[in-house]
Every structure is written in C-alpha cells, then in structure tokens.
Write a protein that binds this ligand. Structure first.
Ligand SMILES: Nc1ncnc2c1ncn2[C@@H]1O[C@H](COP(=O)(O)OP(=O)(O)OP(=O)(O)O)[C@@H](O)[C@H]1O
Ligand SMILES: [Mg+2]
Length: 411
C-alpha cells in the first residue's frame, strides 16, 4: 500500500452542506474526491474512475443509497470497493438490508471528522491489501497456467521424439541383424558348401553304381544316407538363418529350457567359418547338460554378437585367441566369451552398452550389438558383466539355470 498515493473517494450526496463538509474533510486527509449529487450520477462515475472508497447517503433522489449499493456490488469493476453508508437515526430499518447488500460500515449523521478519518483509512488499507493479494494470486495463476502450457508442449514434443526414436530403433535393430547376417555369410557359404560338395560327389557315385548291372545295393544305400545327412545339415543352417532374421520372440519358455551345449553346437554353423577364415584359436570348455531359461533365437543373437565383437577385437593380434566357457554354478549357468584383444578403455567401459556407441568405422559397426545383447539377457532375467584383466576381455553372462532333478522332485 502506497502511502503517498492519492486514493480516489466517491461521494454520493444530494444535500449540499453535507456533501461540502465531506469533501472538505476528505480532501484535507489527502484524498482525491469525486462528488456526485445522487445514486444514478454516482454510478456513472464508477465507470470513469478507479475508486478506493465509496461514501453514500441513504436518502437520495433517483437511486437511493441501498439501490446504489446493490448496483455497485453487481458491477465487476466496483464489486469489492469498500462502501460506507451515511444514515440518520430514522434509517435504522435499512441497516440489515444494506449489510446484506454488502455495506462495510455505517456512519451516523452528523458524522464526527475523527471517526470518518479512521474508518476511511482502515477501509482503504484493507481494500488495497486485498487487491494486492488477489493480483499476486492472479499473477501466480497465470504463471502456473503458462508453465502448464509449456510443460504440455514439452510433453507432446517428447512423446513425438520418443515415438520417432522407437521407430528408428526397431529399424536399426532389424538393420543390425541384417548386417550381422552379411558378416556371417562368408562363414555360412563355407558351411553350406561342404555338405553340398558331399551331396554332389555321392550323387555321382550313385549314378555310376546304378549304371553298372551288378549294382551293390548296400553301397548305394550308404551313399544315400550320406546325402540325406548333408541335406539335413543344409536344412538346419537355412532354418537357423530364418530364425536369426525373424522378428523377436524374446519371451522365455518356462516349459522348455534351452540346452546350452546343444545350442552351441548348432551355432558353429554361424561362426565356424569365420574362425577358420581368420585362423583363430577357438578354445572351448563347455559343460554338458546345462539347461537355462532363454529363448533360442535370443541366445543365438547374444553369442553371435559377442563372438563377432571378439573377432573384430583380435583382428590385429598376431596370435588370435577366443575362449568360450560354459559351466553350471549354483543356481545359474555361466557363459564366458573371452578374447586376447586390446580390451576396452576405462572411459569407454561405461558406454559400450549404449545403443549406437561404436568405435568401429562407418559401415563396420552400428553400435547396437551389445545393447541388443543386454536387452536379450534382461528379457531372460539374466545378468551380464564385463570382466577384463591382463590382456583378456571377458564378457560374462549368468542365466537362470533349469535344474531337472529339483523340478522333478518338486513335482
Ligand atoms: N571384445 C571386445 N573387445 C574390445 N572392445 C569391444 C569388445 N566388445 C565390444 N567392444 C567395444 O564396444 C563397442 C560397442 O560394441 P557393440 O557390439 O555394441 O557395437 P559394434 O560392435 O561397434 O557394432 P555392431 O555390433 O552394431 O555391429 C565396440 O565398438 C567396441 O569399441
Ligand atoms: Mg558388435
């Protein structure tokens, strides 16, 4: 509340002597006074000035004090302005009604200047504080509203970005699978070529045997069996390929745990060729009959990605070594893929699982391998650690073990 501010006071008073006296006292108190000669005229003034107080006589022509008060309270511009009603003893009947209509104070005529001064001051101070408060409130509300709008906008932006990212990630994952497929094709061509060569050769032999009159049925059947085995092998590789490039089915099958050692034997179709091509010393230590809960195509992806990373890591090594260990340990199956590459620098260790983090040149790596691996391990409720020391980089995976004896016992 500004002490030096000249507040405006509206007087509605038809009696000249009374009006003059009021105006005089109020102006002496430092107020800016507007004096209207009846309720109707006073009402018009409200539209033109910002009043801090209204003092009105009760008995006036046109609009009386009470009607004027009601009109003041109806108008949003003036509904909160303090209002003093000037009354005489005879006006007593109007007290209650005017209180109900929203009068703040009553002053008996003839009024004492001292009383007018105090009431005026109090009412104006109170009104100004209330006004300040409600302005603060309004400001706060509009600020909150503004913030809310901004937040909403951010949120919808975020949602859009999130969806874009998800779409992109789906694409990228599919892309990365295809890239791995490309990388593996050399190895797989080799794997398919072997049985194919056998099939061709044995088929020729069969043809020749059939041409000879005294054909040896046993020999033919043996060749036929070899052909069948080789075809089966190719079939397997092709099925594997289909599995690998298919969209995810990451859920774990609780009825049907994966036989890890068997899965690894099948997986050789995928990495055997590369191991041979780069003359890698591939050292396996695989415990038999390890069953774990992980979906097969996820397991394949995990192993292939880790082996590929190791193959890349040791490409400049004179002696290239990769170890693959599988063992059962308490209630989980531990799988380790270790290589003797240069390892991972401490500042990169934190980032290698982030999608799109790669140190490989453009076109070689997308940086999705490990983030995929991690998501598959997580989906299988397993855990994964990087554990490297002494020139060995070790990725260690722990999967939930399926313990046949325990399950049977429980059933
Ligand atoms: N065995 C490892 N030895 C050294 N560094 C590794 C090894 N495995 C992963 N890294 C590092 O982690 C990074 C991320 O690996 P990740 O498999 O996620 O992506 P990438 O191999 O670069 O590309 P992508 O797998 O998509 O083809 C690699 O670029 C490499 O720097
Ligand atoms: Mg990789």
């Amino acid at each position: 509340v500004d002490i030096n501010h000249k507040y405006k006071v509206l007087i509605a008073e038809d009696a000249p002597v009374q009006g003059k006296k009021l105006k005089y006292v109020l102006e002496k108190l430092g107020y800016d006074v507007v004096w209207a000669l009846d309720g109707q005229l006073a009402l018009e003034q409200i539209e033109h000035h910002e009043f801090a107080l209204i003092i009105s006589d009760y008995q006036m022509p046109n609009l009386d004090g009470l009607e004027f008060l009601k009109a003041v309270r109806k108008n949003p511009v003036s509904q909160n302005i303090p209002y003093i009603l000037l009354t005489t003893i005879e006006d007593e009947m109007v007290f209650l009604e005017s209180l109900e209509a929203g009068a703040n104070e009553f002053l008996n005529k003839p009024f004492r200047p001292e009383e007018l001064k105090l009431r005026t001051k109090n009412l104006i101070s109170l009104y100004m504080y209330q006004k300040l408060l409600s302005e603060d409130n309004n400001n706060l509300n509009s600020q909150i509203e503004e913030q809310n709008k901004l937040l909403k906008k951010h949120l919808s932006d975020l949602e859009i970005a999130y969806n874009d990212l998800r779409n992109y990630q789906e694409h990228a994952i599919q892309h990365s699978k295809l890239t791995s497929l490309g990388l593996m094709s050399a190895g797989m061509a080799h794997e398919i070529n072997n049985p194919l060569t056998i099939i061709k050769a044995q088929n020729k032999k069969i043809k020749r045997l059939i041409e000879i009159e005294s054909s040896d049925r046993v020999a033919i059947l043996k060749l036929n069996e070899q052909i069948e085995n080789s075809s089966n092998r190719i079939n397997k590789i092709v099925n594997h390929l289909k599995n690998f490039s298919s969209h995810d089915a990451k859920t774990i099958n609780h009825e049907n745990p994966l036989n890890i050692s068997e899965a690894l034997i099948e997986l050789k179709d995928f990495y055997g060729g590369i191991v041979e091509k780069y003359q890698i010393d591939f050292i396996e230590s695989i415990e038999n009959n390890c069953h774990a809960f992980i979906e097969k195509s996820s397991f394949d992806q995990v192993l292939i990605n880790l082996i590929h990373n190791s193959v890349d890591a040791i490409s400049d090594q004179e002696e290239k070594k990769i170890w693959l260990n599988v063992r059962s340990q308490e209630d989980h199956i531990v799988i380790e893929i270790i290589d003797n590459g240069p390892g991972i620098s401490p500042e990169n260790v934190k980032k290698i699982f982030d999608p799109f983090f790669t140190t490989k040149e453009v076109g070689k790596g997308m940086g999705l391998g490990l983030s995929l691996v991690k998501s598959y391990i997580k989906a299988a409720s397993g855990e994964m650690f990087l554990d490297s020391a002494d020139g060995r980089t070790c990725f260690k995976i722990e999967l939930r073990k399926y313990d046949e004896s325990k399950i049977k016992f429980a059933a």
